[in-house]
Design a protein around this ligand. Sequence first.
Ligand SMILES: Cc1cc2nc3c(=O)[nH]c(=O)nc-3n(C[C@H](O)[C@H](O)[C@H](O)COP(=O)(O)OP(=O)(O)OC[C@H]3O[C@@H](n4cnc5c(N)ncnc54)[C@H](O)[C@@H]3O)c2cc1C
Length: 338
Amino acid sequence: MQCPNAVPECLIDRNRKPMSKILIVADVKGGEVRKSSLELLGKAAADGLTAEAVLIGAGVEGQADVLAGHGAAKVYVADDASLENFAVDRYTAAAADAVGQSAPDMVWLSASETGKALGPALAARMEAAFVSDCIAVDLSDGEVVVLRPAMATKVIQKVRIKKDGLKVITVRSGAFDAADAGPKPADVTALSIPEGDGRIVVKEVVQEQTGRVDLGDAGTIVSVGRGVKGPEGVEFVRPLADLLEAGYGASRAVVDSGWMPFDLQVGQTGRVVSPDVYFAIGISGAIQHLAGMSGSKLIVAVNKDPDAPIFSVADYGIVGDLFKVVPVLIEEIKKHKT
Ligand SMILES: Cc1cc2nc3c(=O)[nH]c(=O)nc-3n(C[C@H](O)[C@H](O)[C@H](O)COP(=O)(O)OP(=O)(O)OC[C@H]3O[C@@H](n4cnc5c(N)ncnc54)[C@H](O)[C@@H]3O)c2cc1C
């Protein structure tokens, strides 16, 4: 059976180099394209690929210029008040419309909450191959080979995706570098606003207004574990995160103890993060915690136990009492900031 959004034959350029065109489904939060989407554009540019992007939401069209500035040759936009809240049926229909018009070799999405829902739905709609949660993508030799953590990061899978047909992948934030680029006028194609099937309607998204740096967007994260001993310990370390303008996360032991809220838990059953720098303060480094942060580019661990497993993944390890080490770190960082 032909799928409803199959790429029309007239749009397929049979002489095109294999794997030359990528469609990036942009992730938007608070009206702005997230860094993870700009990282995908950065990867496409670094690999010499043509990148197009699709923007879906309410009041998002202005973000097309941001995507163009980061290398999107064309931006497909579905901008309508009715798309304010993510709805998998309507977002899938809009993304599928963009795929039909763009005729890409691959579709890349961030492995965010939205991407995790939209990626498989879009792949199913387009009868495409799908791989989730990639941390590396190699397109040399006209093949697509990706790396992805599996089994709570105990193993890294190397997955080769079959050459023919559309491929859809989700990619963890932090896997690639975003270019430092300003906006430029985008070549915008308006998509028709999709009707939903009405089976699921998101009425409202209630979000706590915390003013915190979101862990998913943070370039630096400071996380605390049971070693902080209690809520006072959480507050003791917080100035380090504030000074670094970092996200402030926690191990499950801290969350289970009620010292920090669940949305700040890093790990297998919490957030999966891959910032440039991750500070693990008083965290043992259980496999379930590593599953959420071992993709960080640089890991700094502070623990009084020299045999703590966290040191096996740390780039820099400080063996010592966090209540003595953290004030020293704060003082030293302040010196470098002034
Ligand atoms: C199904 C399942 C899912 C899970 N999901 C998650 C998850 O998503 N995220 C997660 O984090 N965990 C998860 N866990 C729990 C995980 O197994 C660990 O229990 C948890 O990560 C331990 O947290 P912790 O390192 O803070 O505490 P602990 O293991 O108690 O470690 C505390 C560390 O602090 C150090 N310390 C103590 N005092 C000091 C001091 N003064 N100065 C410096 N260091 C000090 C100690 O040496 C120790 O290494 C999961 C477990 C299961 C079974």
